[in-house]
Design a binder for this molecule. Structure first.
Ligand SMILES: [Zn+2]
Ligand SMILES: [Zn+2]
Length: 415
């Protein structure tokens, strides 16, 4: 098919359609820079020998005016009603603290079908969709009126202007505020995030004292409260860079992202809130809290961080210093079948993991302290007791008596 020249296209449009300047100009939206479509429309009307280079600022007639002659059968009155939408969007922002925004448009149905007809008839060469033009014009006016900026990548709020008949409203999609931090956990009695009571699954029963919770608190709950209060978020989500067992302490500063859902306030004094958290609890301590973004949260969750652990180990039989030294042989590659305790969650398979370093000290006749630095994903309790031979090699076999990890702490996490 022959692609029509700009002049041919203009001639056909002007002859067969009665379009306003916006809608005529929009058929040439890809041509020229720094122009609005109503200016392109005027150029298209006034220059006889139109070509692709005609769409320049110097060719815009002096009396060009936005919204002028709007009301053609392509656009209805949408360009005359922009002020109405601008006011509605600004009003809807009223409760929110924001710096950046984005406008989405659902144009009236008849405008969309008319656009499809025009494209079918005259081609899509040089054009842009009417919703692109509308969102740009509305966005610019809002930028002029209040102190906010359009941001296509990471807007604080997306305002969807629904112009369809019978709808006529503005819907807000308020993006989360994401806060990066690191935590230490000093309690052996709390999980990382809230667990529902196993018996009632959260509805409340005598076993959980009608709280619906398996544990009275969690790392997340210890941290989130002042953030929710200050941001007036409806809730928070906790994205941890892995997690330790309920009965394990963590001194390794584990990374996390706290996601505040639909916050009214986005400018928080993070330093002050961090201090408040740390003064309010001895179960958890937080560090390095700072604003971050979605990619970072995904990063932290996916990251395979090596770790170092300190374990207190008890054995069935007495053992000698010589027996203990055999533990060094565990350094290198080990193979672990998925432990029974997590089998319901992960597919069963043999995984190879690297143990980088071990050190150990006898602390009693049937007791020693062990430090292990190992690759991400190594099951340390199983490395110690052997999981009935499902971890090879394992520490029980190496010292010649059953060994059980009675206490486990994370003391270092790769960053
Ligand atoms: Zn129009
Ligand atoms: Zn319960």
């Amino acid at each position: 098919m022959n692609i029509p020249s700009a002049e041919e296209k203009r001639d056909h449009l002007v002859e067969n359609e009665s379009l306003c300047d916006h809608c005529l100009g929009r058929q040439f939206a890809q041509l020229g820079h720094g122009l609005e479509n109503f200016e392109r429309g005027l150029i298209a009307r006034e220059i006889d020998d139109l070509d692709e280079d005609s769409f320049e600022e110097e060719n815009v007639p002096e009396d060009a005016q936005q919204g002028h002659r709007c009301g053609c059968n392509a656009c209805g009155l949408v360009f005359e009603e922009l002020d109405h939408w601008v006011t509605m969007v600004i009003d809807s922002f009223d409760r929110y603290e924001l710096e950046t925004f984005l406008i989405g448009i659902r144009p009236p149905e008849d405008v969309v079908s008319r656009e499809d007809e025009l494209w079918g008839e005259y081609g899509t060469e040089f054009t842009e969709p009417i919703k692109t033009e509308l969102s740009r014009l509305i966005g610019k006016r809002i930028e002029d009126e209040i102190d906010v900026t359009v941001d296509f990548e990471r807007a604080d709020i997306m305002a969807v202007v629904d112009m369809r008949d019978g709808k006529e409203r503005v819907e807000l999609q308020v993006n989360s505020v994401l806060i990066y931090g690191q935590y230490n956990k000093y309690s052996r009695e709390i999980p990382q995030t809230e667990w529902h009571c196993r018996k009632c699954r959260g509805s409340g029963c005598d076993q959980c004292d009608w709280t619906g919770k398996q544990y009275p608190t969690s790392v997340q709950e210890e941290i989130q409260e002042p953030f929710i209060r200050e941001s007036k978020a409806i809730e928070a989500k906790f994205h941890g860079g892995g997690r330790e067992d309920v009965d394990a302490k963590c001194f390794g500063k584990r990374e996390f992202v706290l996601e505040l859902i639909e916050p009214l306030n986005r400018n928080l004094d993070l330093e002050e809130i961090q201090e408040e958290v740390n003064e309010s609890t001895d179960k958890v301590e937080v560090f390095e809290m700072q604003y971050t973004h979605k990619d970072k949260a995904a990063d932290i969750k996916q990251k395979h961080a090596d770790k170092k652990y300190r374990a207190q180990v008890e054995t069935e039989e007495e053992f000698s210093e010589e027996d203990l030294k055999n533990i060094s042989e565990v350094v290198g590659e080990i193979e672990q079948e998925t432990p029974e305790r997590v089998e319901h969650r992960r597919a069963e398979k043999v995984r190879k993991r690297e143990v980088y370093d071990v050190s150990f000290e006898k602390t009693g006749e049937k007791r020693f302290e062990l430090e292990v630095k190992a690759e991400a994903g190594t099951y340390i309790k199983e490395l110690i007791h052997g999981d009935e031979g499902r971890t090879q090699p394992n520490i029980s076999d190496l010292i010649g008596t059953s060994a059980e990890c009675v206490q486990l702490d994370v003391i270092w996490i790769e960053k």
